[in-house]
Design a protein around this ligand. Structure first.
Ligand code: F6P
Length: 358
């Protein structure tokens, strides 16, 4: 058992439904089981760059936050203390201010930190750990692309949101005999696209892991027309690799439109595009995410109690375990194009825009 009296907690990177559930669980178990004081570190590690922003989190502060989306601590996907942008003498400079962060943690009386975040935040956590800060990680991302954990909280809620959107698009697509393109998030992994596509009964799913052609999609649309189905739903993951002829049109958040325009030009049918965007990150966490987040929060406190610094909690075979952060970062978990999930989708006639079923 380590000599801990006070822990800090921070949330970094893009937010995800379930962050508040982790904060609540960590504060409750730290206080109720160990009588530790908990300091909330706002906006990623910013609260350790400006320690005056950090404040004590009490049981009262975390009461009622379980069903709330976002994070009560705020977050940022800038603010890396190892590459910190600041203005000095009117000029923007990049500085390594990690030493200040460690000194400030000490000044605040923080003995150990829980860092809740995705790959980027865990890389920062690892570097701070290597410099002597006692730190443990909790994985977070709606993209579900972290190798070290079977699933991260936030994914299930995002999947529900995306599936509900595809359901809603279905009825209007059918009424208007249109091709409807739905762009979903997921960064370089196709998990949200694949699973929302299967769950929402999409006809075409485009994911980064499977190269596609517009020609094949239009051929598939024509096959549906011949079968008497005059509408088609195309789920597009934001990270897809565009075919060479469309590449120059690539802009962040615009691939759905690029694909939609290309299909419209070739298929001679009306196409509409919906980009779901940050809606997928918002809203109340699903029961699954609330439970996983609560388990992670409690497990992070246990890691600290047992001296498991430099480790991150994770889910493996439905059990909460831990891994070295060093072994967890930098590896993206992508969809296996030959895996069971893709084969299942193909078996029910879903087209991936490739020529597997030509
Ligand atoms: O990693 C989560 C995620 O929502 C990705 O799916 C998306 O590409 C990215 O974050 C968007 O980030 P931002 O909030 O900076 O627009």
């Amino acid at each position: 058992m380590t000599d801990i009296r006070c822990i800090g907690i921070c949330t970094g990177g893009g937010d995800a439904p379930g962050l508040n559930a982790v904060i609540r669980a960590a504060v409750k178990s730290a206080f109720l089981k160990y009588q530790w004081k908990v300091i909330g570190i706002p906006d990623g590690f910013d609260g350790l760059i400006w320690p005056e922003k950090s404040y004590e989190l009490t049981l009262k502060d975390v009461s009622g936050i379980l069903p709330r989306g976002g994070t009560i601590l705020g977050t940022t996907n800038r603010g890396n203390p190892f590459n910190y942008r600041r203005i000095e003498n009117g000029r923007e400079v990049i500085r390594d201010i990690s030493d200040e962060v460690i000194v400030n943690a000490r000044k605040l009386g923080i003995d150990a930190v829980i860092s809740i975040g995705g790959d980027g935040s865990q890389k920062i956590a690892l570097e701070l750990f290597r410099k002597g800060l006692k730190i443990v990680g909790v994985p977070k991302t709606i993209d579900n692309d972290l190798c070290a954990t079977e699933v991260s909280f936030g994914f299930d809620t995002a999947l529900h949101t995306a599936t509900e959107a595809v359901d809603k698009i279905h009825t209007t697509a059918e009424s208007h005999h249109r091709i409807m393109v739905v762009e979903v998030m997921g960064r370089d992994a196709g998990w949200i696209g694949l699973e929302a596509g299967i769950a929402g009964g999409a006809h075409v799913i485009l994911i980064p892991e499977i190269p596609f052609t517009i020609e094949r999609i239009c051929q598939y649309v024509a096959e549906r027309e011949a079968f008497g189905k005059h509408f088609t739903i195309v789920v597009v993951a934001e990270g897809i690799k565009l075919p060479p002829e469309l590449k120059e049109n690539r802009r962040a958040g615009a691939v759905g439109n690029v694909v939609g325009n290309a299909i419209a030009a070739r298929a001679g049918k009306e196409v509409r595009v919906s980009v779901l965007g940050h809606i997928q990150r918002g809203g109340s966490p699903s029961p699954f995410d609330r439970i996983l987040a609560t388990r992670f929060g409690v497990a992070a406190v246990e890691l600290i109690a047992n001296g498991g610094f430099g480790q991150m909690v994770c889910l493996r075979n439905e059990r909460i375990e831990s891994v070295q952060i060093a072994d967890a970062v930098g590896q993206v978990k992508t969809v296996n194009p030959d895996g069971e999930m893709v084969r299942t989708a193909r078996a029910v006639g879903i087209c991936f825009g490739d020529c597997e079923q030509c």
